[in-house]
Ligand binder design. Structure first.
Ligand SMILES: C[S@@+](CC[C@H](N)C(=O)[O-])C[C@H]1O[C@@H](n2cnc3c(N)ncnc32)[C@H](O)[C@@H]1O
Length: 262
C-alpha cells in the first residue's frame, strides 16, 4: 500500500509536524481512566506524535502504521524506551491483532489524523471486543491543513500550491465538521458512548516551518525534485510576502467513544 508517506516525507513529518499539547494527553488519560497497567494501540501512528507521550502514562503502547518509513522515524525517536512496540499494519489488520491479543486487553485505541484513510465503520465494530470496560476509541485531529485556514497567508499558500500542482487542494484530512459528525455516528452505531472535547492553542510559524509542513503533507511523488527545492522555497516566500507573521489557531478535537460491557 503506497499512500505517499514513505521516503523523505516520513523525515519531514517527524521534523515538522507538531505533536499534541500536554492537556490533550491528559484528556485521553482522563477519558479512559488510563493507568500504568494499561496497554494502548495507536493506529496510524505515523512518527509517534500520540504514541510517544501516551507511553509515559501507560504500561505499553503499540504503534501501528502501514508505512515502514514512518515507523522507522518513530523507532529512531523512541530509541532506548522499552514500552513502545512498532508494527507494520493497517486498520485491515485489526481482526488479526484481536486474535493475537485476545478480548478486553486494550484500554484505548487512538487514531490521530489518520481515520480518513480507514474503513471506519468496519474498524469501530472490530475494535469493540478488544477494549476493556471504560476504555474506548479516540479520534483525534490536530488543526486544519496549512492551506485551508482562515487567514490571508493560508489563502496565499493555497493559491500558490494550486498553481504549482495544477490542481485544487481541498483535502481536509477528516478535520472538518461533516467528517467528525460521520465518525461520531459510526462510533455510536458500533455501540460506543460518544462525546467530544475541543482544545485550542496558537502558534506562529516561520517560512521554514510552512515549507516543511507542506513537504510533510505532499505525497512523496509530488515533492519538488531536490534541484528545485530552493526555487520552490523562494516562490513560496514570494507568494506569502506581506502576510507574516504566519499565525495559526489550532483546534484539537478528541472524539471519544467509550466502551461498555456487552
Ligand atoms: C497524517 S499521518 C498521522 C500521524 C500521527 N498519528 C499524527 O497524529 O500526527 C497519517 C498516518 O496514517 C497512516 N495510514 C494510512 N492509511 C492507514 C490505514 N489504512 N491504517 C492505519 N494507518 C494508516 C499513514 O501511513 C500515516 O502515517
Amino acid at each position: 500500500m503506497d499512500l505517499g508517506f514513505g521516503g523523505e516525507v516520513a523525515g519531514f513529518y517527524q521534523r515538522y509536524r507538531r505533536g499534541y499539547p500536554a492537556e490533550v494527553i491528559d484528556g485521553l488519560v482522563q477519558a479512559f481512566e488510563l493507568t500504568p497497567d494499561d496497554v494502548v494501540l495507536d493506529l496510524g501512528c505515523g512518527t509517534g506524535q500520540l504514541a510517544l507521550p501516551l507511553a509515559e502514562r501507560v504500561r505499553a503502547v503499540i504503534g501501528m502504521d502501514p508505512e515502514p518509513d514512518m515507523l522507522a522515524e518513530a523507532r529512531r525517536v523512541a530509541a532506548g524506551r522499552t514500552n513502545l512496540s512498532w508494527m507494520v499494519g493497517s486498520d485491515a489488520d485489526v481482526p488479526s491483532l484481536a486474535t493475537l491479543l485476545g478480548k478486553n486487553c486494550l484500554a484505548a485505541v487512538t487514531i490521530g489524523q489518520a481515520l480518513h484513510w480507514m474503513d471506519h465503520d468496519t474498524l469501530f465494530h472490530a475494535l469493540h471486543p478488544l477494549l476493556r470496560t471504560g476504555g474506548g476509541v479516540a479520534v483525534v485531529t490536530n488543526g486544519t491543513p496549512l492551506w485551508l485556514q482562515d487567514s490571508d497567508w493560508s489563502r496565499a499558500l493555497r493559491r500558490h500550491l494550486e498553481l504549482w500542482l495544477d490542481s485544487e487542494v481541498t483535502a481536509t484530512c477528516g478535520t472538518d465538521d461533516a467528517s467528525r459528525h460521520r465518525y461520531a455516528e459510526s462510533l455510536a452505531a458500533a455501540g460506543f458512548t460518544v462525546s467530544e472535547t475541543r482544545y485550542q492553542y496558537s502558534d506562529v510559524l516561520d517560512l521554514d516551518r510552512v515549507i516543511g509542513g507542506v513537504y510533510s503533507a505532499l505525497p512523496v511523488n509530488l515533492l519538488p525534485p531536490l534541484e528545485q527545492r530552493s526555487y520552490f522555497a523562494k516562490q513560496v516566500g514570494r507568494a506569502l510576502e506581506g502576510h507574516a507573521p504566519y499565525a495559526e489557531k489550532i483546534d484539537v478535537t478528541l472524539l471519544i467513544g467509550t466502551s461498555h460491557p456487552r
